[in-house]
Every structure is written in structure tokens, then in C-alpha cells.
Design a protein around this ligand. Structure first.
Ligand code: 5GP
Length: 126
């Protein structure tokens, strides 16, 4: 596995404070903010602060502390949004587009948390 991280991507600039974001949550290793072009009433992006290109890069190269922090941050955002099914919420979808077939636009790992309306089935074509 080999990844080269482009530190000029838009999320790297958000992390450095060079461009603003609508912040939802910040932890030691993660940041969550609203997507600038929301596709549902709730559309939050959660990113690690470290230089990881996509999910498998993060899952194989990040430290245990980063992985735990990122996973807990996703849980905290779900709780803050009130979408947790186990707490009376209506549910949500996590998406981590990675690479060309997934049409990943920003080459810094991000998980989309979408909710607030019925989201339909996941994929319509095989
Ligand atoms: P991808 O297709 O890479 O999974 O999703 C990238 C997401 O980043 C898109 O949903 C897009 O709307 C969002 N995005 C792109 N530029 C910005 C930005 O400058 N600020 C915020 N908050 N979101 C952005």
C-alpha cells in the first residue's frame, strides 16, 4: 500500500484554519463540521487530523489512539444530532468515499454522516 498525501486539499486547509468551517465537534485527533453542500437535513463530515487519504489508509496506518478517537467522534456526532436509533432517533447513514470508483473528491479521509430524512436504499445498480 502506498499513499501520497496532498497537503493542499481543502480539508487540510480547514484543519490549518486557512478556510472556515461550520464546526460541530473537535477532539484531540478529529474534527467534525457541516458539509458545505448538504444532501440531507443533517450532513456532517468527520475527519481525522492526521494526513490520511482514505479509509483503508487510515485503518492500516493510523495509531490506535487516532482510530479510537475518530470512532468515538463519529458516535458523539450521531448523539449530538439525535439520530441514534437506540435513543429514539430515526437513524443515519455513514459513507466514506474512497478512490475513483467511489468518486472521492477530497483526498483527505472523511466520513459523511447523513440523516434527518429517509435516505432510500443504498445503491440502485449493481
Ligand atoms: P467526497 O465526494 O470526497 O466524499 O465528498 C466531499 C464533500 O466535501 C462533498 O460533500 C462536498 O460538499 C464537501 N466539501 C467540499 N469543499 C468543502 C468545503 O470547503 N467546506 C465544507 N464544509 N465541505 C466541503
Amino acid at each position: 500500500m502506498s499513499y501520497t498525501y496532498d497537503d493542499q486539499n481543502i480539508f487540510a486547509k480547514i484543519l490549518r484554519g486557512e478556510i472556515p468551517c461550520s464546526q460541530v465537534l473537535e477532539t484531540e485527533h478529529s474534527l467534525a463540521f457541516n458539509d458545505i453542500s448538504e444532501q440531507a437535513p443533517h450532513h456532517v463530515l468527520v475527519i481525522p487530523k492526521g494526513p490520511y487519504v482514505c479509509y483503508d489508509h487510515f485503518a492500516t496506518a493510523a495509531t490506535d489512539a487516532e482510530v479510537v478517537d475518530f470512532t468515538r467522534a463519529i458516535g458523539a456526532v450521531c448523539k449530538a444530532l439525535g439520530v441514534e436509533p437506540g435513543a429514539g432517533g430515526s437513524g443515519y447513514r455513514l459513507i466514506a468515499n474512497s478512490g475513483a470508483h467511489a468518486v472521492q473528491e477530497v483526498p483527505h479521509l472523511h466520513v459523511h454522516i447523513l440523516g434527518g430524512r429517509p435516505l432510500g436504499r443504498m445503491l440502485k445498480q449493481v
